[in-house]
Design a protein around this ligand. Structure first.
Ligand SMILES: Nc1nc2c(ncn2[C@@H]2O[C@H](COP(=O)(O)OP(=O)(O)O)[C@@H](O)[C@H]2O)c(=O)[nH]1
Ligand SMILES: [Mg+2]
Length: 247
């Protein structure tokens, strides 16, 4: 395909994401061969990748727009580039994450037992507000199971983290895992926005009261009114700026 014929596609793709009301970064984490790359490809393209080369090197990231109630949410989902094989996932990988899907393979006891050690790395490096889901993947291989669904649920519950079982092969629960994460990200973001708005409103009220005091007292106590009116003006300016920047 020529460069020119690709251009309209690119434009279309970027305008789709320009419409997003929210944008979040999601990272996949967990032992190698648990199906992280396959989960991402299943979610993004609706197909199952049976290719060990791509699986090993990973696929940097993919963007996907999901609809959560009235909002369009852009998820930028990052895959590891196989670093987890050597336990060398860098701290910056965690730091940028708004959410993490922590994946183990239900047919690998070891990958399940390593979840605790991944969680301690997350605790050390990720944002405090990070949203987590523990994912037991390869649920289609029921005959080879080494981890019972109750064990997965119990471990996740002991850390107060949601648990879900998926199959990148059949597609079972894959959309649900990502969409539930998106929903939680939107509601935690909206929650913090409401708190910010309340603080802002209080600052605005406070500055208005200070202004009224300083104007009404100007003719009586000129000496001590001046600092109040300066503080009031600064707070008022900050309040106005904040309203403009965080509408
Ligand atoms: N049966 C089955 N195989 C899977 C599933 N997900 C991934 N695999 C296979 O598991 C292997 C490792 O998958 P990959 O996505 O590369 O794992 P990653 O190293 O965690 O990225 C590949 O051979 C996949 O075909 C699944 O849900 N079911
Ligand atoms: Mg991979």
């Amino acid at each position: 395909m020529t460069e020119a014929s690709q251009r309209p596609n690119l434009r279309k793709r970027s305008s789709v994401f320009a419409d997003a009301d929210y944008s979040f970064t999601v990272m996949l984490l967990g032992d190698s061969c648990t199906g992280k790359t396959c989960l991402l490809i299943r979610f993004k393209d609706g197909t199952f990748l049976n290719n060990n080369f791509i699986s090993t090197v990973g696929i940097d990231y993919r963007n996907k727009l999901v609809q959560i109630d009235q909002s369009k949410v852009k998820l930028q989902i990052w895959d590891t580039a196989g670093q987890e094989r050597f336990r060398s996932v860098t701290s910056s990988y965690y730091r940028d994450a708004d959410a993490l899907l922590l994946v183990f393979d239900v047919t690998s006891r070891q990958s399940f037992e390593n979840i605790r050690s991944w969680l301690s790395q997350i605790k050390e490096h990720a944002k405090e507000s990070v949203q987590l889901t523990i994912v037991g993947n390869k649920s289609d291989l029921s005959g080879q199971r080494k981890v019972k669904i109750e064990e997965g649920r119990q471990l996740a519950a002991s850390y107060s983290i949601p648990y879900i079982e998926t199959s990148a092969k059949t597609g079972h629960n894959v959309d649900l895992a990502f969409n539930d994460l998106a929903r939680r990200l939107v509601s935690s973001f909206t929650g913090s926005k409401v708190v910010m708005e309340r603080i802002l409103l209080r600052v605005l009220w406070f500055t208005m009261i200070l202004k009224i005091i300083s104007i009404s007292q100007r003719h009586i106590f000129l000496g001590w009114v001046e600092p109040f009116s300066t503080i009031g003006a600064i707070l008022h300016l900050l309040g106005t700026l904040a309203t403009i920047l965080c509408p």
